[in-house]
Design a protein around this ligand. Structure first.
Ligand SMILES: [Ca+2]
Length: 302
């Protein structure tokens, strides 16, 4: 592992959608290949099967040194709808062994940030901002005398947020709308410049076609197949684009559009203005090239 490999904390919401599974696979492959160092993976919704499925993906690749956390803070976003793409994959992978025991997100993040102690972590979110909000609201505890805001400021050097729509303010973004209080606290009162990845960043690229012919034991395959109710393996790629960009940068596929002021409302609409400190990612390469890059990354890494 390169000393310079970017440190990444990923917060996801695998469960109702499946592109998180592809994104987690990209992170695990990047971690194994030494292109990044995954410090923690947290899961922002209250239905825990999505994180069990994420653990299955890590286990499939033999990743044992990355801690996984779950939402023990509230019961937002739980139930059948939020395990549609995750329960089958998790139960299949852990059959006969029992599901893993996982700690809470906020405690995990406080521990990881306190132990890190330098401003060099990329925080990447591909779901609602519940976990980040929980961290920011956390107070001193046995792990650290610092508040969550202090730990965030002292350790997070880059914040890449999957969400928002810079093409049309009338379009509601699911991640932003799913937890309006958290979105208000994290985006409208941002502690640092954020880079947003939405539809204009390649989210509407369709990936997953390689999964059909791959090893039937690959948990990512089960997540995509469950999401598609047993018919097909493809899905849009918001989360894959976000995590790939976090690890690899623009790579001639995307460019960062800087200088944006960004505000969101409780319905998940994005309002932007020139002259702010934020940025959004814009796809610059053709769809075929981005599709091939993300499809290959999900299967084989970078
Ligand atoms: Ca997601």
């Amino acid at each position: 592992m390169s000393e310079k490999a970017k440190k990444i904390i990923l917060d996801h919401d695998l469960g109702s959608d499946c592109d998180d599974a592809g994104a987690i696979a990209i992170l695990m492959k990047g971690h194994l290949q030494g292109r990044c160092r995954a410090l923690a993976v947290t899961h922002t919704i209250a239905d825990h099967y999505g994180q069990y499925a994420a653990c299955a993906i890590a286990g499939y690749y033999g990743v044992t040194d990355v801690p996984f956390g779950i939402n023990l803070e509230n019961d937002r976003l739980s139930g059948e709808e939020y395990r549609a793409s995750s329960k089958y994959a998790a139960e299949k992978y852990f059959a006969g062994r029992g599901l893993p025991e996982l700690e809470g997100n906020v405690g995990l993040l406080r521990r990881v940030l306190a132990a890190n102690g330098r401003k060099d972590i990329s925080l990447v979110t591909i779901g609602p901002l519940t976990t980040v909000c929980g961290l920011l609201r956390s107070g001193p505890d046995g792990v650290s005398p610092k508040t969550g805001r202090e730990l965030f400021r002292e350790n997070v050097s880059e914040f890449i947020c999957g969400g928002c729509n810079f093409v049309d303010s009338a379009v509601s973004d699911w991640n932003i709308a799913a937890d309006p209080d958290a979105s208000d606290e994290v985006v409208n009162r941002a502690l640092m410049p954020m880079t947003f990845v939405g539809d204009e960043g390649g989210g509407l690229i369709v990936t997953g076609s390689y999964l059909e012919a791959c090893d039937p034991g690959y948990p990512v395959r089960d997540c995509y197949l469950s999401f598609n109710k047993g018919k097909g393996f493809t899905r849009y790629s918001w989360d894959l684009a976000t995590v790939y960009y976090a690890i690899m940068g623009g790579c001639g596929l995307w460019e960062k559009k800087n200088g944006l002021g960004v505000r969101v409302n409780g319905a998940g609409n994005t309002f932007f203005s020139p002259g702010g400190e934020h940025a959004c990612l814009v796809q610059t390469a053709g769809d075929a090239e981005v599709t091939e890059t993300l499809d290959r990354a999900m299967m084989y890494g970078m």
